[in-house]
Unconditional design. Structure first.
Length: 112
């Protein structure tokens, strides 16, 4: 957001006399959203991998602990199922982030 605030087109919009609210929402926020929307897809896959630490700290029996114990016991079906769920979350997250990026930025819609 700070990089976009220093861009020349933001300075030009302010020089035209546009209101600060219009400059922030129409010019700055719209262009600062693209990197954020691109990285949201990877956050979905991190939900399953980060749960082990939280479950151990909170002493909560959840999916993270289940996968960890299955890995220690060499239960290949549970480990394989967790890998499939992690990959599915990654694909769905990337699909959602790509659709949101195409919705927010018209330059991405028709990638020729």
């Amino acid at each position: 957001m700070l990089d976009v605030l220093r861009a020349e087109y933001v300075t030009a919009a302010r020089a035209k006399g546009l209101a600060e609210r219009v400059v922030l929402f129409r010019h700055v926020l719209r262009n600062a959203l693209n990197p954020l929307l691109s990285t949201i897809g990877y956050a979905f896959a991190g939900l399953l991998s980060g749960s082990l630490l939280v479950e151990n700290v909170m002493n909560y029996p959840g999916l993270g602990r289940l996968v960890y114990e299955a890995f220690i016991r060499e239960d290949q079906f549970v480990v394989l199922g967790s890998v499939v769920v992690g990959c599915t979350l990654l694909i769905i997250g990337n699909l959602i982030s790509d659709l949101a990026l195409a919705w927010s930025d018209p330059r991405v819609r028709y990638g020729r």
